[in-house]
Design a protein around this ligand. Structure first.
Ligand code: PBG
Length: 329
C-alpha cells in the first residue's frame, strides 16, 4: 500500500505542530474572559486561609485592594465580591448597610481602580443571615420569597450607591430580577446592568464556598429555591424569565458538571453568557494535583477551555489571576 488513500481522512495533518494547532484552535481563552471571585471579611487583621480552597483567602480590606491591583495587572476583566460581616441577623442587615463590609470594599476598589476592572456585587443574603439561608424565613423555617424580594431591592440599591458596576443576584428567588430592576430604575440607576445567576443548581460543589463565605444553612438545604440537577429545560425557562424581567446577561452555575446547560443556554439566547467554575470544582482539581494525580496547570486551562467551548463567553474562576498569567506566558 503506497500513497494517499481516499479511504480515510487524515485529521493528524492539522495536529502536527504547535503552530498548526494554535492556528486551527476553535476556542480561545484569554485573560479578558476571566472574573475572579473574592471574599472580604470584617474584623480580621490578616488574610485568613480557607482550608478547603488552598490558595484562596478571606481578605481584609487592605489585602483585597492589593489583590485587586494584581488582578488588574494580570489583565482579567473583573472581580465579584462576597462579604462576611462581623454580625449576622435573621434579615441580613449588613448586606445593605452603607458601612457593610462589601459596600465599603466596593467604594475603596472604585476609588483605587476606577473602571479598570468590572466590579460585580454578588447579591444574596446567605453570608449575612444568622440562619444561612438566601432569604428571610417564616417561623416555620421556609424561605419566604416575596418579603425576600424587598430585601434584595434594598441590597441592590446599597451596592449601586457603593459603586458596583454590575449587580449579580444569586439567591434564586422568583421575581428577583424584576424587583432589583425596578429598584435600580426608580432610584437613579437605570444604566446599571444586572447579571442574573439564572440557572443555579442546588449543588454539592458549593461545599468549600460555604466555609469561605461562612454561609452554610443552619437547617435544611437550598433545594426549595435552587434548581434540581436532573433538569435542563427548566434552566431555559429560568433564563427566559430573567431576561423578560430585565436581566442584561445570564449565568450558569456550576460549570463543569453543567456544560450541557451552558451549551443549551448559549444556543438559545443572544445575550452574554457567563459560567461559574465553583469552589468544589476548584477543590477537586487542587486536591488531585496535590496528590500528583493530575497536572494542575493543564487541568486549570483544560477545564476553563471546556467551559468556553461549551459556549460561555466569560468564566468566574478562583484561578482567574493565575490562569491569566499562564495564558500570557
Ligand atoms: C450565594 C452563593 C453561593 C455561591 C455563590 N453565591 C453558595 C450557595 O448558593 O450555597 C457558590 C460559589 C462557589 O461554590 O464557588 N448564594
Amino acid at each position: 500500500m503506497t500513497g494517499a488513500s481516499p479511504g480515510f481522512a487524515r485529521g493528524r495533518r492539522l495536529r502536527s505542530t504547535p503552530a498548526l494547532r494554535r492556528l486551527t484552535a476553535q476556542t480561545r481563552l484569554s485573560p479578558a474572559d476571566l472574573v475572579l471571585p473574592v471574599f472580604v471579611k470584617e474584623g480580621i487583621d490578616a488574610p485568613q486561609p480557607i482550608s478547603s480552597m488552598p490558595g484562596v483567602v478571606q481578605h481584609t480590606q487592605e489585602s483585597l485592594r492589593k489583590a485587586a491591583h494584581e488582578a488588574a495587572e494580570a489583565g482579567i476583566s473583573g472581580l465579584i465580591l462576597f462579604g462576611i460581616p462581623a454580625d449576622k441577623d435573621p434579615v441580613g442587615s449588613q448586606a445593605d448597610a452603607a458601612d457593610g463590609v462589601v459596600n465599603v470594599a466596593l467604594q475603596q476598589l472604585l476609588a483605587d481602580l476606577g473602571d479598570e476592572l468590572v466590579l460585580m456585587a454578588d447579591l444574596c443574603l446567605c453570608e449575612y443571615t444568622d440562619h444561612g439561608h438566601c432569604g428571610v424565613v417564616t417561623p416555620a423555617g421556609l424561605v419566604d420569597n416575596d418579603p425576600t424580594l424587598d430585601r434584595y431591592a434594598s441590597v441592590a440599591l446599597a451596592q449601586a450607591q457603593a459603586g458596583a458596576h454590575v449587580i449579580a443576584p444569586s439567591g434564586m428567588m422568583d421575581g428577583q430580577v424584576a424587583a432589583i430592576r425596578r429598584a435600580l430604575d426608580g432610584n437613579g440607576y437605570p444604566e446599571l446592568p444586572v447579571l442574573a445567576y439564572a440557572a443555579k443548581y442546588a449543588s454539592c460543589f458549593y461545599g468549600p464556598f460555604r466555609e469561605a463565605a461562612e454561609g452554610a444553612p443552619q437547617f435544611g438545604d437550598r433545594s426549595t429555591y435552587q434548581m434540581d440537577p436532573p433538569n435542563a429545560d427548566e434552566a431555559l425557562r429560568e433564563v427566559r424569565q430573567d431576561l423578560a424581567e430585565g436581566a442584561d446577561a445570564v449565568m450558569v452555575k456550576p460549570a463543569l458538571a453543567y456544560l450541557d446547560i451552558i451549551a443549551r443556554v448559549a444556543d438559545e439566547v443572544r445575550v452574554p453568557v457567563s459560567a461559574y467554575q465553583v469552589s468544589g470544582e476548584y477543590a477537586m482539581v487542587e486536591a488531585a494535583a496535590a496528590n500528583g494525580w493530575v497536572d494542575r496547570e493543564r487541568a486549570i486551562l483544560e477545564t476553563l477551555t471546556a467551559i468556553r467551548r461549551a459556549g460561555a463567553g466569560s468564566v468566574l474562576t478562583y484561578w482567574a489571576v493565575e490562569a491569566a498569567r499562564l495564558l500570557r506566558r
